[in-house]
Ligand binder design. Sequence first.
Ligand SMILES: [Fe+2]
Length: 485
Amino acid sequence: MPNRRQFIQQIGAASALGLGAKAGLGLASTHSDKAFHQVPKQFPRTRLRVDGKWPSDLVGNLYRNSPAMLERNGFQHSHLFDGDGMIQRFTLEGGQVFHQAQMVATHKYLAEEDAGRFLYRGLGSSPPNPRPSRNNDTANPANISVRKMGNKLFALWEAGSAYEIDPDTLATYGRVDWNDDLKHLPFSAHPLRDENGDWWNIGSWIYGGQARTIIYQLDAKANLKRVKAIPMQQAGYMHAFALSPRFVILVNTANIYRAGENYFDSFHYDSKGKSEIVLVDKNDLSVFKTIDIPANFVFHFGNAFELGDELCFSMAEYKNADIMNQGLGLGPQSAFAKDATQYNSELNLYRINLKSGQWRKEHSQLSLEFPNIKESQAFSAQAIIGMGRPVAPGAKADQDYLLSYHPLTGEQEHYDFGENITIEEPLYVRGGNDQEYVLHTLADRDKQQTGLALFKAGELAAGPVATAWANEQFPFGFHGCFVGA
Ligand SMILES: [Fe+2]
């Protein structure tokens, strides 16, 4: 492993991201949801109201990360990525559901609490008179995901360090340095577990126009085993990756960074350019193959599996990057506007012949985002769950559904909660009797209430086994994990 100086040379430099951004919205938000305005700094433990019979064999905690604090001192951020992270925990025990939540005590959050205002630029919007950032963690809001690796719980961003969280109290232990050489370097929100229990992750690092992808391998206890920074041919946005038994699969998108004043504003979608699939060999962390594909944009992947000489993996693929700047903004084109459909990606299966390098794409025609799989079968073809729009008679184009789709058989299922419900990331979870369920949060935008819905896996169309509802609406979130008892 290189020492810090060598590593810094490899990756270019470890100074601050050139973050700048357009101004926020002031308070003229188009969103009436309380969830987008001032939120409490913590939600004390409360019991949710259960409808139906919540199975007592399903015991554990659903953790979710929410970019909750978007507003301070009369200023409101205009991009969802800029809210400070809040860890929400839904505890399932004895057929009952409890909720509590707590802000992540990042350097940024604590400094801004002291100051009584936002101090630092966000990725998509910035307060007046922002202070300069000293490094990638100065303005790290730790707001995209929360994952358990080993016996530790981590709040994850993508452009800086992880923060470790107490899984019981939700208190913040502090920023994580994987070693002294890796302080403040990007660590994405989407680590993936290998068959042997190791964890893999990426950090997408763009500095001075040169992109490098940092590949991390951690052991089952979340201690660093290996790290390497791999130069990329183009400075494309990368949010997550896929993992197969042999490869770390990167998609270097056609949303290209050109050094400018801002961060998200600095990305320009090059529809006439290309995206690249980069296969990194897990054995020696070398680039096995780079495959050019037509320009696309992607945040999230389904799982990867091998069929003979073919490497197969799914991605929720966009035709442009509007989702990044507009869809996750809070303006009129927001995916979170009450009447908007959230995402317009298509869940497509890429099949690459590893011998010839030839590839093909199988379209699902199905809009599915926040894809998740059964992690116990991560390297096998399986039904991917998410939310979006099915290919089905009568399916409304302007509404999100809970979805399941098998990329090989094309088999799909969906459930319709109706137009007032916003669905959030579904996860496969396993009960004590090995029953597989699908669990997700949802929001009733009319009643302004947050809930949980539970389905039997493979029986989505039958409707939820049970739901549980709070009397209020908690902040919307991105990703999370379920930790069984
Ligand atoms: Fe994500």
